[in-house]
Design a protein around this ligand. Structure first.
Ligand SMILES: [Zn+2]
Length: 408
C-alpha cells in the first residue's frame, strides 16, 4: 500500500510523524508469544510501523475484567505481565524501539529514528482502587491511563449501560484523586470509554489537557463509544485531543449491523482458540474476510467532522490496532497511515495540518502532561527501561533496597 502513496504523503511519512494513541498489541506478545519486532500476524510490528511513519505508539495494557477475580490473579498482576512484554520488546530491539517517558525522551527516540514506545493502561480496574498501585505503574513507565473501560467502577461510570447503584453518576471523590495524582506524576488522562458525566467531571478536574484516545464522532455514527459535538467542543476548550479510532462498528452504523449479524452466524460461533487472544484473532480473520470492506473514506469523514467541530489542533489518531477485529480498507495495518495523509491532502488539508492530525496534536498533549512540574519531567532522556524494574541489570526496587539514589 505505501508504494501507492503520492510523493507528498511519502515525504510526510518519512518524517515518522505518526503518534498513535492506542494499540493493543501487547496481548499478542503475552498470550501468543509474538515478537512484535519481527513480521507477525496482526496489525502491528516494528517494521510495518516504521514503513507507515509511526514515530510514537501507546502500547496499551488492557485487562479483561474477568481477571479482577482473585482466582484469576487480579487485574494488577495481569497488567504487570502485559507491561513486562513492553519492556521485553525494548530489550530485544533496542535499535528500533525505546521507552519514552516524557517529551525529551520522545525527541531522543525520534533523533535515533526509533519508535517512541509509551506504555498505557486501559481501564482503571488495573489499579485495584489504590493510589499507591497507580504510582507503582507510573514508576514502571506507564504514562497514559484510560480511566475506565466498558466495565463500571466504584469511582467512575463507563459509557455503557447497566451501572448498578454502587456506581457514581460521573467521577467520585476517589476518581478525582486519581486524576489529580496522574496530573502530578505526569500521566496523560484518557477519557475514551467514559460516560458523558464522567467525561465532563474529568475535564473539570484535570489541570492538564486530556485525550479521548480512541473514539469516533457521534454525529457521524451513533455509538456509545463516540463523542458528541458538545464533548468535542469541551475537549477543544481545555486543549485536549480526540484520537479517531479505526474500529469499524464505531465508524459506521451499517458496518456495525453487518458485524452483529456475522457474529450470530454458526460459522462465527464455531470458531475456537487456545486462549482468549487466539480466539479473538480467529474471529478477527473471519470478520475481515466475510464483511463488506469499509472504505477509508469513513475514517476520513470522522476526522473531517471532528476538525469542523473542534478545529485542526484537537484531532489525532488512536487506531486501536490489535484491539479491533476488522480494519477499514486501506488501513489494514500499521504500515498504512500514509493513506490517511493522502486522503487528507486530497480533501484540501495543508501538509502542516496533516502532520498535526497524524501526530503533532497528540504529541503536544503528551508533552504537556509529562512536562515541567511533574515527576515524569525529571527523567533524563537516557533513562532506559531496565531502570524501571523490568530489566535484568537493575531495578528501581533493588536500587532502593540497596539505598542507592534513583537515577532520574
Ligand atoms: Zn478501548
Amino acid at each position: 500500500m505505501p508504494d501507492l502513496l503520492s510523493p507528498s504523503a511519502r515525504r510526510i511519512v518519512a518524517g515518522l510523524p505518526v503518534f498513535d494513541a492506542h494499540a493493543d498489541s501487547l496481548q499478542r506478545a503475552l498470550d501468543l508469544g509474538h515478537d512484535l519486532g519481527r513480521a507477525t500476524p496482526g496489525h502491528f510490528d516494528l517494521e510495518r510501523g516504521r514503513r507507515g511513519g509511526l514515530g510514537a505508539l501507546v502500547f496499551v495494557a488492557w485487562v479483561d475484567p474477568s481477571y479482577i477475580a482473585p482466582e484469576r490473579g487480579g487485574a494488577r498482576r495481569r497488567t504487570e505481565a502485559l507491561l513486562a512484554e513492553f519492556h521485553r520488546l525494548i530489550e530485544r530491539h533496542p535499535d528500533a524501539v525505546r521507552w519514552a517517558g516524557n517529551g525529551a525522551m520522545l525527541d531522543a527516540a525520534r533523533e535515533a529514528r526509533c519508535l517512541a514506545g509509551i506504555p498505557g493502561i486501559e481501564g482503571g480496574h488495573s489499579i485495584e482502587g489504590r493510589i499507591d498501585v497507580l504510582e507503582a505503574f507510573f514508576e514502571r513507565g506507564v504514562r497514559v491511563m484510560t480511566l475506565v473501560w466498558n466495565n463500571h467502577l466504584a469511582w467512575i461510570r463507563s459509557c455503557q449501560p447497566g451501572a448498578g447503584p454502587e456506581v457514581p453518576a460521573g467521577l467520585s471523590d476517589f476518581g478525582r484523586e486519581v486524576v489529580r495524582t496522574m496530573n502530578a506524576l505526569g500521566m496523560v488522562v484518557d477519557v475514551s470509554h467514559a460516560g458523558v458525566r464522567s467525561f465532563h467531571d474529568v475535564l473539570a478536574t484535570s489541570s492538564k489537557p486530556v485525550i479521548a484516545s480512541h473514539s469516533g464522532c457521534m454525529a457521524q455514527s451513533e455509538h456509545p463509544r463516540n463523542l458528541t459535538d458538545d464533548q468535542l467542543r469541551a475537549l477543544r476548550d481545555t486543549g485536549g485531543v480526540v484520537g479517531i479510532v479505526f474500529c469499524t462498528p464505531f465508524l459506521d452504523a451499517a458496518a456495525r449491523a453487518e458485524e452483529t449479524r456475522l457474529r450470530e452466524s454458526e460459522a462465527y460461533r464455531a470458531l475456537t482458540g487456545e486462549n482468549a487472544t487466539a480466539l479473538f484473532c480467529a474471529q478477527a480473520a473471519f470478520l475481515q474476510r466475510e464483511a463488506r470492506p469499509l472504505p477509508i473514506a469513513r475514517v476520513l469523514e470522522h476526522i473531517v467532522h471532528a476538525v469542523d467541530v473542534c478545529g485542526v489542533d484537537h484531532v489525532g489518531l488512536g487506531s486501536d490496532y490489535d484491539g479491533i477485529q476488522r480494519t477499514p480498507q486501506g488501513l489494514e495495518d500499521a504500515s498504512c497511515y500514509g493513506n490517511l495523509a493522502d486522503g487528507l491532502l486530497a480533501r484540501g488539508f495543508a501538509e502542516a495540518d496533516v502532520v498535526k492530525i497524524l501526530g503533532g496534536n497528540m504529541e503536544r498533549v503528551f508533552r504537556a502532561a509529562t512536562g515541567p512540574g511533574t515527576r515524569a519531567f525529571q527523567y533524563g532522556p537516557a533513562t532506559n527501561s531496565s531502570q524501571l524494574g523490568f530489566g535484568p541489570r537493575s531495578s528501581a526496587l533493588e536500587r532502593r533496597r540497596a539505598g542507592a539514589e534513583p537515577e532520574l
